[in-house]
Design a protein around this ligand. Structure first.
Ligand code: 5GP
Ligand code: ZN
Length: 128
């Protein structure tokens, strides 16, 4: 097996273990609020606010720290869609928060880059 083949096998194995890749594939059910060719958005299973939506790229990227220049358009699209979902969900006027946890100390528990869209209540600052 060539080095490139081994690398793509390792990548396939990582993706098959990833909860969010399974949600994208429909292998784990989710309540989707938006999907297109680049991103999928669904309600968080353990909501931390009246509206709590997780927005993920279809591309498996483990964390913010793994993004490369070719991902710029994906993340730009994701952020614009987040604002659109906030309007659709009726939380835009009251204010909302878009956060991405990177690494264990920040609270990242799923190794597929994702943004939390939170709204519908007063937010505190600084965050815990
Ligand atoms: P993190 O802690 O990595 O920043 O965020 C991961 C989020 O994914 C958590 O808020 C968690 O509740 C959510 N989550 C984990 N597994 C599932 C799942 O199977 N379905 C849904 N809808 N959300 C999930
Ligand atoms: Zn994944």
């Amino acid at each position: 097996m060539t080095c490139a083949e081994e690398q793509s096998l390792r990548e396939a194995k990582r993706m098959s273990d990833c909860i969010f890749c399974k949600i994208i594939a429909g292998e784990i059910p989710s309540e989707r609020v938006h999907e297109d060719e680049v991103v999928v958005a669904f309600r968080d299973i353990n909501p931390q606010a009246p509206t709590h939506i997780v927005i993920i790229p279809r591309k498996h990227v483990p964390s913010l720290g793994h993004l490369v220049a070719q991902d710029d358009a994906i993340i730009g699209h994701l952020v614009r869609i987040a604002a659109q979902i906030a309007r659709d969900e009726g939380i835009a006027e009251g204010g909302y928060r878009l956060v991405a946890n990177c690494g264990a100390a920040a609270g990242q528990s799923v190794d597929h880059v994702h943004f939390h869209l939170l709204g519908g209540r007063q937010m505190e600052w600084p965050p815990g």
